[in-house]
Each structure stands twice: as C-alpha cells, then as structure tokens.
Design a protein around this ligand. Structure first.
Ligand SMILES: Cc1ncc(C[n+]2csc(CCOP(=O)(O)OP(=O)(O)O)c2C)c(N)n1
Ligand SMILES: [Mg+2]
Length: 366
C-alpha cells in the first residue's frame, strides 16, 4: 500500500471496518464453535439434511433429463445445496424470495413442486405459476436484475409498514454488476427490510473469483452502501441458516438491510451447456468435494445419534420415488397451445397481434 498518496502523512483515520466469518461445523462434522439455538433440536437439523438430499436427487435427475433431450438447458446446484436450503428455512411464508437460477433447494422448501420446476426448465411458463407463495419471484436468469427488484419489494413493505422481508439470492458474478450496487445503495439509504445473499461458488461460468473482484471479501461490499455484511461457510447449513435468521429477524424489526456472503463451490458445470473441465483442473474440484455440505452434517447427526444407516437408505429411496413421480407428472403434461404465447403480453392485445393469434388458432395442431 506504500504507493498510496496518503501513506506516511499521518492523516487521521476517519473510518474502520471489519468483516466477520460464521462457521460451526468443520468438514469432518466436528463442532468448531457453540451451535446456535435452533440446532439444539436435532429434528430441525434432520429436516435441513432431508431437504438438501432431496434437492440433490432432483438436481441429478434434471441433468439426466436434459442429457436425454427431455429438458432444456439446466443449471445444477451440486455442492451448493446448503445455501438455498439454509436461507429458505430462515424465512416466513409471507416474506418474498427473489431467487437466481441455481436456488431450487429454496423453491422446494417454499412449496414449489418438482414438476413445476421441470416445466420451467422445459420452457413452459406454467412452471412459474407454482404452488409456492404467489408473491415469490420466478428464478432470475439475467445476472443480478433481481437485486433492484428486491429493493423495490422491500421499499413497498416499508411504505405499507408490513413486517415482511425481501430475500435476494445471486452469485459472486452478480456482485460486479451495477444492479447490485444500485440496489444496495438504495436499500442502505432507505434502511429497507432486504437481505442480500451472495452465493459465492467461486466461479461465474469460466471466470474465477480472483478475476471477478479485487475485494478481499464480497461481504465488505455492503459497507460502502452503509450497512453490514458477514461471510459464512456456505457448506455449513447451520451457519447459513443462523446468519439468514439473524439478518431476516433484524430486517423485519426495522433494523435495515444486511449482506451475507455464503462461500461454497460449484462442483458441477455452470449449466448443461458448459464443460467446466475445459477451464478448471480436476484436482481443484476434487479438493472441494472434501468440503461439500452433506458429509459434515451427516457426521454430526450420527455423532448425536439422530441419524444412521437405515434412515439414510430410507431417505434415498423416498427421494428417488418422489423425484420419479414428479418426472412422470412433468412428462405427462401436454404442450400448451401455440396461441397462448399471446395470453399475458397486453391487457388488450393490439390488432397486429390479434391477427397473428387468430391465425394460430386456426392452425390445426399436431
Ligand atoms: C445480464 C446478464 N449477462 C450475462 C448473462 C450470461 N450469464 C449467465 S450466468 C453468468 C455468470 C453468473 O455467475 P454468478 O453470478 O457467479 O452465478 P453462478 O452462475 O455462479 O451461480 C453469465 C455471465 C446473463 N444471464 N445475464
Ligand atoms: Mg458464481
């Protein structure tokens, strides 16, 4: 830092900041620091574990559906299940989730059906009219544009004096976008009830984190917007839930926005249209498998006599069955009539489109 113009001039320090990191379970399942209160009830932890296992079973199936031509491009969340599940488990139904495309674990937790998620990725908009809370936003495909939406939602809550929170999930790449800065700036100025959660999987397609930002942490980006952030071990679902619970509770009680950087790792390809082996050494991926979120929670639950081999086998079978049944329902859903593409564009369809719609309606369908 010696090349900075003020170095050695003994100017008074007018601001100092710090960023903390939250982690409870080490990768081997040992407890690194005393657990938050909710973790005293192992049934809660088992429910988080079950949700992560279901998310992975769904995810693996979705990839094979795409590979066999029965689903569109799909973004797997392999290794990142703890973020989506931990965050969703800290929300109330009336809160609003603004997810990215890699957050199916959160959607499932909030009641979206697996066949609805498959419809969405199969290119059928009916998947967006889901069984989850109607006020939740659909998965955001444009990088970062859900952040200004989240600030807007939170602004509405503030204006209406509703004790609700907007919860926004996005990737490390999104933190380089103006959308995020603008949303955080606005949220800071207006002290809005919004929680920003960066799922830092350390890659934005083929761009590694070190080329994404020179910031030591993503959490510190909140400081410039006038609020706090913390980093959490994103492979530790207890840490993610604890951080999210704290932030959501604070936001709900009028304490303003918060930023959580959940550090995890994208164990799979960016999407089914990507081949990460072309830009990532296999040793790097292999090393990160040792930190994935399942093993540590399972080891901890086993050490607490709250989980065992028979439950594990039973759960695998149950997930398999549920996923297969959802896939059957998805595949049995017939295509929409082509003219429905005009349904939700305008309150009153302009004449030119009316003609096109009528033409389609007259077309015999295959
Ligand atoms: C506005 C916009 N620009 C570019 C893209 C293409 N794109 C899709 S995903 C992606 C990288 C996003 O990385 P990150 O935010 O880290 O999320 P991750 O995919 O790792 O979950 C890009 C550039 C896009 N979807 N939207
Ligand atoms: Mg990323």
């Amino acid at each position: 830092m010696s090349d900075q113009p003020t170095a050695g001039e003994e100017l008074p320090v007018i601001a100092r900041f710090e960023v903390r990191r939250r982690a409870y379970l080490a990768p081997d399942g040992t407890v690194a620091r005393s657990l938050p209160q909710f973790a005293a009830d192992t049934r809660v932890l088992v429910s988080l574990y079950r949700a992560m296992v279901l998310t992975r079973a769904f995810d693996l199936k979705a990839v094979s559906l795409q590979r066999t031509g029965r689903l569109g491009t799909y973004a797997p969340a392999l290794g990142q299940e703890a973020v989506a599940v931990g965050v969703a488990s800290a929300m109330l139904p009336e809160d609003v989730l603004l997810p990215s495309y890699r957050d199916n674990g959160a959607l499932l937790w909030r009641g979206v059906k697996m066949e609805e998620i498959l419809l969405f990725w199969g290119g059928d908009e009916r998947g967006n009219d889901s069984s989850g809370p109607a006020h939740d936003f659909p998965p955001c495909i444009p990088v970062g544009s859900q952040a200004p939406h989240a600030a807007g939602v939170a602004y509405a809550f503030k204006l209406r004096r509703e004790p609700r929170v907007a919860v926004c999930l996005f990737g490390d790449g999104a933190t380089s976008k103006g959308d995020l800065w603008e949303a955080m700036n606005f949220a800071g100025v207006w002290q809005l009830p919004v929680v920003f959660i960066a799922n830092n999987n350390q890659w934005a397609i083929s761009v590694p984190l070190r080329l994404q930002t020179a910031s030591a942490t993503l959490a510190q980006k909140a400081i410039a917007a006038g609020f706090s952030g913390e980093q959490v071990d994103g492979n530790d679902v207890i840490a993610v839930r604890a951080a999210a619970e704290r932030a959501v509770t604070a936001a709900r009680s009028g304490k303003g926005p918060f930023f959580i950087e959940a550090v995890t790792y994208r164990l799979g390809d960016h999407t089914t249209a990507d081949d990460a082996a072309r830009y990532r050494p296999p040793e790097e991926v292999q090393a990160h498998w040792k930190e994935e979120p399942f093993a540590r929670l399972r080891s901890y639950l086993v050490s607490q006599k709250a989980w065992g081999k028979s439950q594990e086998e039973e759960l695998a079978g149950e997930c398999q069955e549920r996923v297969e049944a959802a896939v059957d329902r998805y595949l049995a859903t017939g295509p929409r009539a082509p003219e429905t593409m005009f349904d939700h564009l305008y309150a009153e369809l302009p004449k030119a489109y009316r003609g096109q719609r009528d033409e389609l309606q007259g077309t015999p369908r295959a």
